[in-house]
Design a protein. Structure first.
Length: 474
C-alpha cells in the first residue's frame, strides 16, 4: 500500500492507526508493506518515529504495545517524492522493484487537483498493472464537469473494478446496521414508505471549525464538503430499494436510482428549499471561538457557507411526497450524526397528541438505534409519555471492539470488495443534483445567513419545517 500524502493528517491520524489495528488483528498478509510518499525529506527511521508518535496519540492506550508496534513498524517505509513530477515516479518504480504478482494499492490522500496527474504518472512509469488498485478520497472534483474529468482520467488508467472512491461514513458500523435493520427484519419493510412515514431528517453536525483546512474549505464550503457525499450517501441508504443480492454492483445500482430520482432544486427554488449559513463568534463548551472569517487562511469577506440545510424530495413510487431534510454545519451546539425516521401519527388521537413514533439512528457520538413509542406512565388515568426501545450497539456487542470506519474500508480495498465505495456514475449523479443548487445561490445572491457558534444554525433553518408544523429533533 502506497500512501500519497503520507505525512498529512489523514495518513497519520486515520490510515496508519487503522492499519496498525489490522496488523494487530492479523488481517494483513505477512509480506504486506506500507510506503508513505511525500515531499518532506524524511529517512525511513524518521518516518517510523513520526508514525509511532501519531499512532500512540490515536490508538487506544490499552491496544498499543511496544512489541506489536515493533513488528508493525517493520512494514513501514518512506520515499520522498513530488507527486506532480513525472520523473519522481521513475524513482518510485526502482524503489518498488519488478514484482508483477504483487498487488499494489495507491491511496491518494492528497488534494483532488493531483488525482489526474498521479494516475497518468503511474501509467507512464509502468506502475498501473492489472493488479494495481487506486483509492480516491472525497471530494471527487468540485463540480459535475470536474468530477467527470477526474473520472475520465482515472478510468483511462484503471478500470472501474479497481477504483475505490472512499466515503468513510459508509464504513461506520451503524450505517451498515441501517441496511441490516431494513433488509433483515420484517417489522419495518411494510411501513418503510410514503404511506407511513411523514418525513426524514438527516443531520451531521460538528462543534469544530475549519481547523487548518481554511484554504480547502474556501473552495469547497459545506455543500461540496459534506452534502454532495456524506449526506447524500446516507439518504441513499435510507431510501434505496432492496438490492437483488448483497454485492457491490447490486447495492450501487439501487443507490444510483435514488440519486437520479431526486427532484431538481434550481433557480428560485433555492430560496424556499435551502438555507445557507456561516458561523460568527460564539461560545462552545464555555470557550470563546472566532467567526469563520477570522479563521486561518479564510478571506475576511468570505461568503463560503459553513452550514447547509436542504429540503429534498425523491420522485419515485415509494417516497413521493415525503420530504428529506438534510442538515450539516460546523461550530454547532453539539457533535452528532443521526437519522430520524418520523412515522405518521395514528389516524385517531384517542389519548391526545403524540410526538413519538419515530426511529432514531445515531452514528455519533455513540452508535445506537432507538424506536421511540408512546407508553402509559404509572398511576391513575391514561397519561402517555415517550418511551424508547433502545439498541445500544456498544453494549449489545460489549465484548467486541468497535472497528473504526477506515479499518473496515481499508480491509475491503485489500480484499477487493467495492460494495461500500462509490461508483463513477454515483458520484456524477450526486454532482448533477448539487450543482444547480450552488448555481441558484449565486444567481439569486443568496448569501450565507449568520449564526453564532454554539447554536443550531441560522434562525431561517427552522422555517423549512415550521411551515408544515414540524421541527428539528435536537
Amino acid at each position: 500500500m502506497l500512501v500519497f500524502g503520507g505525512t498529512g493528517d489523514l495518513a497519520l491520524h486515520k490510515l496508519l492507526p487503522a492499519l496498525y489495528y489490522l496488523h494487530r488483528a492479523g488481517r494483513l498478509h505477512a509480506e504486506t508493506r506500507i510506503i508513505a510518499l511525500a515531499r518532506s525529506p524524511h529517512t525511513r527511521s524518521a518516518f517510523q518515529a513520526l508514525a509511532e508518535r501519531n499512532c500512540r496519540a490515536h490508538v487506544a492506550r490499552e491496544d498499543f504495545d511496544n512489541e506489536t508496534w515493533a513488528r508493525f513498524a517493520e512494514r513501514l517505509d518512506y520515499l520522498a517524492m513530488d507527486a506532480s513530477q513525472s520523473a519522481d515516479f521513475g524513482r518510485l518504480s526502482k524503489h518498488l522493484g519488478d514484482d508483477p504478482e504483487r498487488v499494489r494499492i495507491y491511496y491518494l490522500a492528497t488534494s483532488p487537483a493531483l488525482f489526474e496527474d498521479i494516475a497518468s504518472h503511474l501509467k507512464i512509469a509502468g506502475l498501473a498493472g492489472p493488479k494495481a488498485r487506486i483509492v480516491l478520497e472525497k471530494p471527487i472534483g468540485h463540480s459535475l464537469e470536474s468530477a467527470r474529468a477526474i473520472n475520465a482520467s482515472i478510468g483511462a488508467v484503471f478500470d472501474e473494478s479497481r477504483v475505490f472512491r472512499i466515503d468513510h461514513y459508509l464504513g461506520k458500523e451503524t450505517v451498515q446496521n441501517l441496511m441490516a435493520l431494513r433488509f433483515a427484519n420484517a417489522l419495518f419493510e411494510p411501513v418503510w414508505r410514503a404511506g407511513h412515514i411523514e418525513y426524514v431528517q438527516i443531520s451531521v453536525c460538528e462543534t469544530l471549525g475549519v481547523e487548518n483546512r481554511g484554504s480547502y474549505y474556501e473552495q469547497a464550503g459545506a455543500m461540496r464538503d459534506m452534502v454532495q457525499n456524506h449526506l447524500l450517501q446516507l439518504l441513499c441508504l435510507v431510501a434505496m430499494e432492496a438490492p437483488v443480492r448483497f454485492d457491490a454492483e447490486a447495492v450501487r445500482n439501487e443507490k444510483v436510482k435514488i440519486l437520479e430520482a431526486l427532484k431538481p432544486i434550481s433557480g428560485l427554488d433555492v430560496q424556499d428549499k435551502t438555507v445557507r449559513g456561516q458561523y460568527t463568534a460564539g461560545k462552545i463548551g464555555g470557550q470563546e471561538v472566532p467567526a469563520y472569517y477570522f479563521e486561518k487562511n479564510v478571506d475576511n469577506d468570505s461568503d463560503t457557507e459553513t452550514f447547509v440545510a436542504v429540503q429534498a424530495e425523491i420522485d419515485n413510487w415509494r417516497w413521493a411526497g415525503v420530504p428529506f431534510y438534510l442538515r450539516t454545519g460546523k461550530r454547532m451546539a453539539r457533535k452528532t450524526s443521526e437519522i430520524v425516521i418520523q412515522f405518521k401519527p395514528v389516524p385517531h388521537q384517542l389519548f391526545g397528541g403524540s410526538e413519538a413514533n419515530r426511529l432514531l439512528i445515531r452514528l455519533q457520538p455513540e452508535e445506537r438505534i432507538s424506536l421511540q413509542l408512546m407508553g402509559k406512565s404509572p398511576g391513575k388515568g391514561m397519561h402517555l409519555q415517550p418511551v424508547e426501545l433502545d439498541l445500544n450497539l456498544a453494549n449489545a456487542f460489549n465484548k467486541q471492539r468497535r472497528w473504526d470506519a477506515y479499518e473496515r474500508l481499508l480491509l475491503d480495498v485489500i480484499e477487493g470488495d467495492s460494495t461500500l465505495f462509490m461508483r463513477r456514475d454515483e458520484v456524477e449523479a450526486a454532482w448533477a443534483w448539487v450543482d444547480p443548487i450552488i448555481s441558484g445561490w449565486h444567481q439569486h445572491y443568496q448569501s450565507p445567513r449568520p449564526y453564532p457558534a454554539g447554536t443550531n444554525g441560522p434562525e431561517q433553518v427552522n422555517n423549512l419545517l415550521e411551515r408544515y408544523g414540524r421541527q428539528w429533533l435536537d
